[in-house]
Ligand binder design. Structure first.
Ligand code: ADP
Ligand code: MG
Length: 373
């Protein structure tokens, strides 16, 4: 039976795409190249290939010379980079898929509840300074109060949305403007006060957050926010792997690619809005904020080491936290033509996996591979 140093657990659909030669958001060869350059090997498998039996697993490797995937039988790798959506509630069930084998599943939790994250970050002044005013949605009365206080409010499902469930509300004279996503676009409606209960009813069905609207930077009325990748790397420390801007369509309530936003170079965007010194300062501040947030979120689960943070810069130049994604699709970096950053988001998790192996009790990975590194 063959041995692999690392495994990457990817979605069935991502693996199917890769095997068919059409990569989705997971560009698996980047993982292989990073591992090979560090003198290690990595295998890929998906949930349909689980549970692992008797310490064995069927998995694919990427062959660089043949440019194709090879199926083989492997010992369960000692460390596995998780790229599947798992929430805290199913973490135990997921771990059981590997039996009693002591593999390290890193990034085992990839879906965070937005309210839990908010509460966690509000405990530390280093991170609470970045938080917009936020509460759990509780009642129509609360919503009316917030609308009196803030020009815009956001209503967001606590769990996962890609911008699809996010709504913006503003009060107009005797009516409300609601902006929400429909057919990949930001749509705006005016509704009278008596139609609000329909919306409120929907929000009683699943947990929602209510949040003050952050006055986002805008270029020609197009809202701008930022995706910052914070990952642990070879030294086991948080690093900033990439920063790009997401620019929404004019007047849009969200910048997500799924709502018609596009990813562009962050420094170019900042240079359009601020003078060169301020632009440089804010770019560095985005990284600093992301490192603080990542460091604080680390204690929310075992081996959290890969976060895609949505951060905003207000029109006055203040940084605000929007949300943390536990499985960054990383395509914003590709779409913004920042290929090095994009590639780096695949390299870092591999190097972190090797770092974990070096630390694992009884591991001989460091000794046997140090010459190759
Ligand atoms: N409080 C807010 N103020 C201004 N814009 C916001 C706010 N919350 C969300 N947005 C916009 O909506 C987008 C999606 O919200 P986010 O919290 O990231 O949820 P999702 O999980 O749907 O991506 C953000 O990238 C941002 O453009
Ligand atoms: Mg988001």
């Amino acid at each position: 039976m063959q041995k692999a140093d690392l495994g990457v657990l990817v979605d069935d659909s991502q693996l199917n795409h890769a095997l068919a030669g059409r990569h989705g958001f997971e560009y698996l060869p980047f993982y292989t190249i990073a591992a090979e350059q560090a003198g290690a090997n990595v295998v890929f498998f998906s949930p349909r290939m689980l549970p692992a039996r008797n310490g064995k697993i069927n998995a694919f490797t990427w062959d660089r010379t043949r440019k194709s995937y090879q199926l083989g039988e492997y010992e369960i790798p000692p460390a596995i980079h998780n790229r599947i959506i798992f929430s805290k509630s199913n973490a135990k069930r997921v771990r059981a898929l590997f039996g009693s084998y002591p593999t390290i599943l890193y990034n085992g939790i990839t879906r965070f509840d937005k309210w839990e994250v908010h509460q966690h970050l509000s405990k530390n002044p280093d991170t609470s300074q970045y938080l917009p005013v936020t509460a759990q949605f509780s009642s129509p009365h609360q919503m009316h109060k917030w609308l009196e206080q803030y020009e815009n409010i956001y209503l967001k499902p606590c769990s996962g949305s890609l911008g699809l469930g996010v709504m913006r509300l503003r009060q107009a004279v005797h009516e409300y403007e609601i902006s929400r996503t429909e057919n990949r676009c930001s749509c705006h409606y005016r509704v009278s006060e008596n139609r609000l209960p329909e919306i409120q009813k929907r929000m009683m069905k699943r947990p929602y957050l209510i949040q003050e609207g952050i006055p986002l930077l805008a270029i020609l009325e197009q809202p701008v926010d930022f995706r910052v990748s914070a990952q642990k790397g070879a030294a086991g420390q948080w690093e900033i792997t990439g920063i790009v801007a997401k620019v929404g369509s004019a007047g849009a309530h969200a910048t997500n690619l799924a709502v018609g936003g596009r990813a562009v170079d962050a420094q170019e965007v900042l240079a359009k809005v601020f003078d060169p010194d301020m632009a440089q300062f804010l770019y560095a501040e985005l990284g600093k904020c992301a490192l603080q947030i990542a460091g604080e979120m680390e204690s929310m689960g075992p081996h959290i080491s890969d976060l895609g943070l949505d951060l905003a810069i207000t029109q006055e130049g203040t940084i605000k936290f929007i949300e943390a994604n536990g499985r960054d699709l990383r395509i914003t970096f590709r779409n913004a033509q920042r290929r090095k950053m994009w590639r780096h988001t695949f390299t870092n998790p591999i190097l972190y996996g090797l770092y974990l192996l070096g630390k694992k009790e009884g591991s001989d990975w460091n000794e046997s591979h140090s010459a190759e590194c």
